[in-house]
Design a protein around this ligand. Structure first.
Ligand code: ADP
Ligand code: MG
Ligand code: MG
Length: 883
């Protein structure tokens, strides 16, 4: 086995695609060497040694020592120096580097090889004693901290004390002698702390550092990080030993970091910082304020410190050239680290740079436009989930955040407005043109109109799948849920947080992306959906096979869905229309009716309203498919629940309070999720389905005329378990169609299909498809019924399940491919057996989850349907699945 891989002088034993073996840093150092770029020579001890180390009681392979010696000799030859030599010493850095960049690993040690003897040689050779002792004291600090476990605070204290004593303010005021004095003090401190002297033997230093890198693979920070990011322990880390170049050799030396493009905006311009006469991490450590790289950036920042372009023009030009070479070579934006030693540029690291969603989009589109990557590669470069950030207003990163509480980031986007405590207040405020945040302990279906009217929703209770969270995500409204420190006093109309009292009308801002609640109205940035966004979406649309529809029932949602590129409506939940102020009374009247005649009377009032709803939807969708689901939730959800409300309703309807209470009791269920809902309602009260079907058909006829497009409604029966259930409701719908055709003399085209959301329906799909013309997999209910877990109650145990690794992801967020997915597969196969051309879709939260969309592509569904705001995410995810 090969235990050492050298690099430098225009060649290397490794290359970029050897990351598994050499780690990211080592592989890219090798690649840069191969490209002929100026990389200080060195070598990488591969991850296999780490694996060996832990498999063999923390010992090294027998040949390693010799191999390292040989590699050191080779580096010495290239640099004209010799490791450990008292007259002409080679100094090195020891750098850890796993496959994936991993915080928690050992920090880099610079200037290794310095001791009381070699420091003098360095001083002589460089003709600069101050530089030599500055390097030595840095080395002692770093080595003691990361290898010997003597915290750097000790050394900082000694330095501060010394400066105070001497009346110095800045480190730059210290002379060579000052540093020499400090080096003595530092060594004394180490000896006092450890009971033995600071190691003077360079070889001992080197093996100490190498051992520290391998040990750090198993330190608590690294273990935690690996667990959180699912990085296997077996990967191990590599160690890079590299000859030093010095950014601290005076005014023509410097160190810096850069991105080849702006990582927050994506702008195609070098972006970064550097420091003159500095080493390594000084730039990020914030000891001195770094300077801009380019004149342009300096001017934009209004800085009076010279840019690298001005201060080190030759090195800058070379760096600019190399940044292009690297970007072209890796075909991606790069994150670079460099050092300038006496005017000469050295490259110390390159890797693909982290970026915001906005930058990712711009960079991908521009790289494709420049011909560096293909359109398909560009599609793959943007994380669909990250698009979420771009589709909602965001808090201006420059704005001040006065955080008053933190809850769960339940629905992304930021919103600001005046506090209101009830849905009615929210609606009233909206009518007056005011912006409000609806603040509730938790929300219920009766709050929907207020949630619609509000800019955002804040709740004190409830998890990521609480009513507030689910409904808000569906509406694309920002929501922070479960902010437990909020005390809401409905009577006093106040919101108290940690002693701070907010009244109704006071302004707050919520950030649904972070879960923060902020006081006051914070500045925001609006989403930008044209430009690169539109371009990338266009490319995605060309390659994807899945259609993307939206779940929408209000005209606003439907329009939004269209603007986001939805190709129809996959789920229109008619019950949402029933909560509207104008109609909830008629709905309640219908529920309270004693007999069919009474129900029909109330339904007759609802018919024209429901018809108008559908006309509007059909008109907005202009001939695109629209799937309408018959009434689904349990009826008691529509009845008033508080005493005051009950009284009010009784008054408006002219009935006794007792009657409402009695009906409420009759309809009460221990477990509504598995109760009297779905097609069970249509079977018990066919007149409800009849009214809805009639409204749909009459609307289709009207909309076909106004739009000039054929309207082919898809009527969907919810929650069936048996074909017999479907047949009964199907018959009601078809009978209604016949009646409407007779009355109007118009010919109707429509489809009747069903949701597959109970395991039995998936299993019996072959039989059901003999009647149903399409299936829509309702994976929310299917997940509930497959797991036997109620989504509304899952908060208390699903979270811990994920933490303990019992399940990998919340199955309500991302489809459980193994279980629920298998039922979907069965439904697809069996459904197609009896109806080969059956239209298959999915609706529910999963339709907008990238991993679930990929699954839908794989099982060959025709479309996914998701909330309007997730349509672009689904479009991109569907394209990636098709690549
Ligand atoms: P990290 O992974 O934390 O970025 P690095 O190993 O990249 O750690 O080291 C941090 C910094 O130390 C580098 O950016 C560079 O400035 C400096 N450095 C590392 N090796 C050398 C070297 N051989 N010569 C000069 N500076 C170095
Ligand atoms: Mg680095
Ligand atoms: Mg359902």
């Amino acid at each position: 086995t090969k235990w050492v891989y050298t690099f430098g002088d225009g060649k290397a034993e490794g290359k970029a695609d050897m990351k598994n073996l050499l780690g990211g840093k080592g592989a890219n150092l090798a690649e840069m060497s191969n490209l002929g770029l100026p990389v200080p020579p060195g070598f990488t001890i591969p991850t296999e040694v780490c694996t060996y180390y832990y498999a063999h009681g923390q010992t090294y392979p027998a040949e390693l020592k010799g191999d390292v010696e040989a590699a050191l000799a080779q580096v010495g030859q290239l640099t004209g120096k010799s490791f450990g030599d008292a007259a002409n010493p080679l100094l090195v850095s020891v750098r850890s580097g796993a496959r994936a960049s991993m915080p928690g690993m050992m920090d880099t040690v610079l200037n290794l090889g310095l001791n009381d003897e070699t420091v003098e040689a360095v001083a002589r050779l460089a003709g600069d004693r101050r530089f030599a002792y500055d390097s030595y004291r840095r080395f002692i600090t770093m080595y003691s901290d990361v290898v010997l476990g003597v915290s750097h605070h000790h050394f900082e204290e000694i330095l501060e004390h010394y400066k105070l004593q001497k009346g110095f303010n800045l480190d730059t005021e210290l002379s060579a002698d000052d540093w020499a004095v400090l080096v003595v003090k530092y060594k004394e401190k180490v000896a006092a702390e450890l009971g033995k002297p600071f190691p003077q033997d360079p070889h001992e230093q080197l093996w100490g550092a190498i051992g520290a890198v391998f040990s750090s693979w198993m330190n608590a920070r690294a273990i935690t990080y690996r667990r959180l990011h699912s990085i296997p322990e077996s990967w191990g880390t590599a160690v890079n030993v590299q000859s030093m170049v010095f950014g601290n050799m005076g005014e023509t030396s410097a160190t810096g970091v850069a991105f080849t493009r702006n990582p927050s905006t994506g702008e195609n311009a070098l972006y970064g910082e550097f420091l003159v006469n500095a080493q390594g991490e000084d730039v990020v450590a914030g000891i001195r304020t770094p300077q801009d790289l380019t004149e342009k950036a300096r001017k934009a920042a209004g800085s009076d410190k010279p840019s690298m372009e001005l201060a080190l023009p030759e090195a800058f030009k070379e760096f600019e050239r190399i940044s292009h070479v690297l970007e072209n070579h890796y075909r991606d934006m790069q994150d670079l680290e460099f050092t300038v030693e006496k005017g000469k540029l050295w490259m110390l690291q390159t890797r693909s740079g982290k970026r915001t969603a906005k930058a990712a989009l711009r960079i991908a589109v521009e790289l494709a436009a420049e011909g560096l990557i293909t359109e398909e590669e560009a599609i793959g470069r943007v994380d669909p989930a990250a698009l979420d950030q771009l589709l909602h207003p965001a808090i201006d990163p420059k704005a001040e955040r006065k955080v008053i509480a933190t809850g769960l980031p339940a629905s992304p986007g930021a919103a600001a407005g005046a506090i209101v405590f009830t849905a009615d207040e929210a609606e009233a405020a909206k009518e007056k043109g005011l912006k409000v945040i609806l603040v509730r302990v938790e929300t219920s279906p009766e709050d929907i109109h207020g949630m619609h009217a509000a800019q955002g929703i804040l709740t004190a209770r409830g998890g990521m799948t609480s009513h507030a969270a689910v409904v808000a995500r569906g509406m694309g409204k920002p929501c922070v849920s479960g902010a437990g420190s909020l005390r809401i006093d409905a009577a006093a109309q106040t919101l108290t947080v940690n002693g701070q009292v907010f009244k109704k009308g006071d302004h707050i801002t919520i950030d649904g992306g972070t879960g923060q609640v902020l006081s006051g109205e914070v500045a925001m940035l609006q989403p930008e959906l044209s430009g690169e966004f539109a371009t990338l979406m266009g490319w995605a649309d060309k390659v994807r096979k899945l259609k993307v529809r939206a779940n929408a029932e209000t005209p606003a949602d439907a329009r939004m869905a269209r603007s986001f590129g939805a190709e129809g409506i996959g789920l229109s939940r008619t019950e949402h229309m029933f909560f509207d102020a104008g109609r909830i009374l008629a709905v309640r009247e219908m529920i309270l009716a004693d007999d069919e005649a009474g129900r029909r009377a109330a339904l007759a009032k609802l018919l024209p309203m429901q018809r108008d709803d559908f006309v509007e939807l059909f008109e907005i969708m202009k001939g695109l498919p629209v799937t309408i689901r018959l009434l689904d939730p349990p009826l008691h959800e529509f009845l008033p629940h508080t005493a005051e409300e009950t009284e009010e309703v009784a008054k408006s309807l002219g009935v006794d309070v007792e009657r409402i209470e009695r009906r409420n009791k009759e309809l009460h269920e221990v477990n509504p999720m598995l109760g009297f809902r779905g097609c069970r309602i249509a079977i018990a009260f066919p007149e409800i389905a009849e009214m809805q079907a009639r409204a749909i058909f009459e609307a289709a006829i009207i909309a076909a005329k106004t739009t000039g497009e054929a309207v082919v409604p898809e009527i969907m029966v919810p929650l069936i378990a048996t074909k017999a259930e479907f047949d009964i409701v199907d018959a009601v719908i078809r009978k209604t169609a016949d009646a409407v055709e007779k009355e109007t003399g118009e010919k109707l085209t429509f489809q009747v299909g069903t949701m597959i959301e109970l395991p039995r329906a998936a299993l019996r799909a072959e039989e059901i498809a003999k009647g149903a013309e399409f299936f829509s997999f309702g994976t929310n209910d299917l997940t509930q019924t497959t797991f036997g877990v109620s989504r509304d109650d899952a908060g208390t145990f699903l979270g811990p399940y994920v933490q303990k690794g019992i399940i990998e992801v919340d199955p309500f967020v991302s489809i459980d491919v193994d279980g629920v997915g298998e039922l979907v597969k069965i439904g697809v196969e069996r459904g197609r057996k009896s109806r080969p051309d059956i239209k298959l879709g999915i609706c529910g939260e999963h339709g907008g989850d990238p991993a679930s969309v990929a699954f839908c592509h794989e099982v060959g569904l025709n479309y996914v349907s998701c909330s309007p705001f997730r349509v672009p995410i689904a479009r991109l995810a569907a394209a990636q699945a098709a690549l």
